[in-house]
Design a binder for this molecule. Structure first.
Ligand code: NDP
Length: 267
């Protein structure tokens, strides 16, 4: 819902806006009489079947559950980030990179995602400033080397983003602050990509559902089954590797088939 143009979802040869894609998917599900409740699930009890889910104060009981709550990109938390969201501020180079052809951009982060995004952006952009808060990357050696060798990337260590600056048209500068010297400098860029990690939306499930170290839901390899029989997980909430709309839709299909088979066996 928060991405702008989706260029890589199969079947849309001219791309499609994220919210439009969601609206079409919803309509398609309505055709098969899906009922929608657009509210937050606040609590669950998966200790026995039927499973219990509280939607605010209302209790819903279910014979099977598919969790598809996704993962949220982490943000820096500075106010200007919100101001320019979608107007130069992005957390997904794969989604938005192509809008920055021949332009200069900043990538923030020092992990594999930051390396991957910086590298990916060199296909489109003129110059990439890779800004990291420490003097060494946590990314794997091979990913680092690829970036460090690329002449389009300038690495700026020991530095945080102080402010994102711009006008009605969007971002036009980023002010950076060296955390050792406290010196600031401005770089003229039209985009800034946050690559500082993701947080899976698993908080309300963790009492019952097995999570990995990074709090993603653990599923049995090759399936969408969680540790609780009858509870399945699909999409980014259980996948920190691919994180694409198409892979999420694919695991969603797997979860639907597995839930159906489970219900046939367990009325
Ligand atoms: P990581 O948590 O590994 O890295 C996040 C980076 O962002 C760190 O360098 C961290 O700095 C920095 N950071 C975090 N918070 C802030 C902040 N508030 N301000 C400034 N900088 C911040 O996340 P990734 O998304 O990079 O990777 C997640 C997982 O996915 C990893 O296991 C990774 O290996 C994997 N992955 C693998 C890929 C591949 O193999 N092709 C591609 C992409 C991801 P610091 O280092 O100082 O903590």
């Amino acid at each position: 819902m928060i991405t702008s143009e989706v260029e890589n979802y199969p079947g849309f040869d001219h791309g499609i806006q994220g919210p439009d894609l969601m609206a079409i998917m919803r309509k398609q599900a309505e055709r098969f009489e899906t009922r929608f409740i657009t509210k937050n699930v606040t609590k669950v009890d998966f200790s026995k079947r039927p499973f219990k889910l509280w939607i605010e104060d209302e209790l819903i009981q279910a014979k099977a559950v598919i969790i598809a709550t996704g993962a949220s990109a982490k943000w820096l938390g500075i106010p200007s980030e919100q101001t320019f969201m979608g107007k130069g501020v992005s957390a997904c180079a794969t989604c938005d990179g192509a809008f920055f052809k021949k332009q200069d951009v900043v990538v923030v982060g020092g992990g594999d995602t930051a390396m991957e995004e910086a590298n990916f952006l060199t296909r489109f952009c003129n110059k990439i400033y890779l800004v990291h808060r420490r003097d060494e990357f946590r990314a794997s050696k091979i990913m680092q080397e690829r970036v460090l060798k690329n002449p389009k990337v300038e690495v700026i260590y020991d530095t945080k983003v102080d402010e994102i600056l711009g006008d009605m048209k969007g971002v036009n500068k980023v002010r950076l602050k060296n955390i050792k010297s406290n010196q600031t400098r401005e770089v003229s860029v039209t985009g800034i990509f946050m690559a500082i990690g993701h947080k899976p939306n698993t908080e309300i499930f963790k009492e019952f559902i097995k999570l990995d170290q990074a709090e993603y839901i653990q599923t049995k390899p090759g399936t969408t089954q969680t540790n609780v029989e009858g509870v399945f997980a699909a999409g980014d909430v259980q996948d920190h590797i691919y994180r694409q709309a198409v892979t999420a839709a694919g695991t969603g299909c797997m979860a639907a088939l597995e839930a159906e088979r489970f219900l046939e066996r367990n009325h």
